[in-house]
Write a protein that binds this ligand. Structure first.
Ligand SMILES: [Zn+2]
Ligand SMILES: [Zn+2]
Length: 343
């Protein structure tokens, strides 16, 4: 079968290789992949800026149908449509696994960098990581379950209170999903903030019914206070990773406001307006990866039509993976999906 692989650590490219079809081990299943999403992490894996164990098939975000089940797998049958948490090989005995946070276990080896991943016709994964996709959720929406779960994992620790004013910084896939999720979770007003260089993404956001602000034309912090009668925003979701955005986010919040940080930053250090944050007695949460419960939450919101990530997706045949990676790196698309059924 065809699989997109990182062949060696010293290489800065991937190759579409012919590999053996996987057989299911006990407790594992083989999925026939419908779509595999390309994420910023995959670009980092390509350029050795994220750890990987090559030779390895890339892709940690995928939707598939069960094609074969290993011994002892009772709850899944051939044909089931599923998504899969990428938290394979978590140890089960460290303090994080015992607290229910296998997603940040140091021993975890995800499909896509630690073990063979989903940018292939078939992928081999542990059965306990699967989530059933409700019938009412279309393939293209379900294919974005992983980034949606990243967002909902953050919102589990930093919930959207009913009627609250939520600002989201950074209109990338995580920012767009954050704004859509905040709306689905009962926010009173949601504003997505971005730079003019992200115009196409802000245009998409408006087509999806979201309010957007250009971060360069007005003082975002000032505007946040204006629209809240001088009070400030209740919750800011930072998904840009930009040093300027963090300062604006803190400036925009009210006293006892809350900041959820989802953005991965290229800057090794970011200055914090400490006095403002202290004066406002802010709550700050950094969220990484996705909890087990956030996957079912994402699918539940999709199932009732409250969250539809499908408009974010552009599909490429697996054979056109180079075009897809380029389109993502150059930000011509919001989210690129590879379809291994089209060679
Ligand atoms: Zn990802
Ligand atoms: Zn562990």
């Amino acid at each position: 079968m065809k699989a997109l692989r990182k062949l060696a650590k010293e290489h800065e490219h991937f190759e579409l290789a012919d590999v053996e079809e996987p057989e299911p081990a006990a407790g594992w299943v083989v999925l026939r992949v419908l779509y595999a999403g390309i994420c910023g992490t995959d670009l980092h894996i390509m350029h050795n800026a994220f750890p990987s164990w090559p030779p390895v098939t890339v892709g940690h975000e995928f939707l598939g149908r069960v094609a074969a089940v290993g011994d002892g797998v009772g709850e899944w049958a051939v044909g089931d449509r599923v998504v899969c948490e990428p938290h394979a090989l978590a140890c089960g005995v460290c303090h994080l696994c015992r607290r229910g946070h296998a997603e940040i276990c140091a021993r975890k080896r995800s499909p896509g960098w630690g073990i063979d991943g989903g940018m292939a016709e078939l992928v081999h994964v542990p059965a306990h990581l699967l989530h059933r996709v409700p019938d009412s959720v279309p393939d293209l929406a379900a294919a974005l379950c992983e980034p949606a779960a990243i967002v909902l994992s953050g919102l589990e620790r930093m919930p959207v209170h009913p009627g609250s004013v939520v600002l989201v910084f950074g209109p990338g896939p995580i920012g767009l999903l954050s704004a859509m999720a905040a709306r689905a979770c009962g926010a009173g007003r949601v504003v997505l903030v971005g730079r003019p260089s992200s115009r196409s993404r802000l245009d998409l956001a408006r087509r999806l019914g979201l309010e957007t602000w250009d971060s360069t034309t007005a003082d975002v912090a000032e505007r946040a206070h204006e629209i809240t009668g001088g009070r400030g925003a209740d919750l800011v979701i930072e998904s840009s990773g930009s040093p300027d955005a963090l300062a604006a986010a803190i400036g925009a919040l009210r006293r006892r406001g809350r900041l959820l940080v989802l953005g991965v930053s290229d800057s090794p250090q970011i200055r914090v307006p400490w006095a403002t944050a202290m004066n406002r007695a802010l709550d700050v949460t950094f969220s990484l990866s996705s909890s087990w419960s956030s996957w079912d939450a994402a699918l539940a919101l999709m199932a009732r039509g409250a969250l539809d990530p499908a408009p974010l997706a552009t599909v490429f045949p697996l054979g056109d993976w180079q075009d897809a990676f380029t389109a993502l790196a150059e930000r011509h698309v919001v989210k690129a999906l590879l379809d291994p059924r089209r060679p």
